[in-house]
Ligand binder design. Structure first.
Ligand SMILES: [Mg+2]
Length: 262
């Protein structure tokens, strides 16, 4: 077994489950989160793969579930949002929420003041935390990290700062994309299948590890697909001929697949 998990050539599509991150994996990164676009053909490819896999296709994201619904129109059978803090196991099913604390209002207000004081910094509020985006002002990244760390310091046993792409996210400890993968894989139609997790971000490492531990594969976008268009064309090829998973666009050297320590 390679460090990415079992080789995909060993996995039959019909016996697999796909667990897919959204931003930077299925979708190109946009200047702001609400500017993302679903590329033509992606919905059709996902729908076909979902049907081949008996429904076992999920989106696993840091975003709220409603935003996934808005973009993907109910095509993923299951959705894990908020980094595993909210999971809907089937279409129309009740959302299961982990019992986690919400970031104090004072923190959100301080973050809003920070964003106001620095044009280009964007505050994105989430159910239990928030994100400070600095894509438009990359030089401010270290300052925002320090400010966010200072904010959570008194409650660092309950909250953590996560590095995302050109953004810092404050969210509660206790749920992550790994626990989301485990929860999804414990139920039909995912249970008993071999999970393939694809993600682009630091937060996806938990999902990749969980998928590998369950006998599947965890694949990082930049290592195996280059970029989101690479992921989409691979999914489209698999949907067109689901007899076997197509070869991955990129086969990195063994050294490149070594994962950073936890
Ligand atoms: Mg992502």
């Amino acid at each position: 077994m390679s460090l990415s998990g079992v080789p995909l050539s060993a996995l039959a599509v019909a016996q697999s489950a796909l667990l897919l991150d959204m931003d930077g994996t299925l979708l190109d990164i946009a200047p702001t989160p609400d500017q993302v676009r679903v590329a033509p053909g992606l919905i059709d490819a996902l729908r076909r793969l979902r049907d081949v896999m008996g429904g076992a296709l999920a989106v696993v994201t840091g975003r709220p579930i409603e935003q996934v619904d808005g973009l993907f129109a109910g095509v993923p059978y299951a959705v894990a949002g908020e980094h595993g803090g909210a999971i809907r196991h089937a279409p129309g099913a009740e959302v299961v929420r982990a019992s986690l604390p919400s970031a104090p209002v004072e923190w959100v207000m301080q973050a809003a003041r920070l964003a106001d004081a620095h044009p280009g910094v964007l505050l994105e509020q989430k159910q239990r935390g928030f994100v400070l985006h600095y894509r438009a002002v990359p030089d401010l990244g270290p300052m925002l990290r320090d400010a966010a760390l200072a904010l959570i310091a008194p409650l660092s046993h309950q909250f953590q700062l996560m590095e995302a792409l050109m953004a810092w996210e404050i969210r509660p400890r206790g749920a992550d994309k790994g626990s989301a993968v485990e929860a999804l894989m414990a139920q039909a139609p995912f249970a008993g299948r071999q999970p393939i997790y694809i993600g682009d971000d630091v937060t996806d490492e938990d999902g990749m590890r969980a998928a590998r531990a369950l006998g599947g594969a965890g694949l990082r976008v930049d290592e195996f697909f280059v970029d989101p268009p690479g992921v989409r064309s691979w999914l489209a090829r698999a949907a067109a001929d689901p007899t076997a998973w197509p070869p991955l666009p990129r086969q990195p050297s063994a050294a490149a697949t070594v994962l950073p320590p936890r």
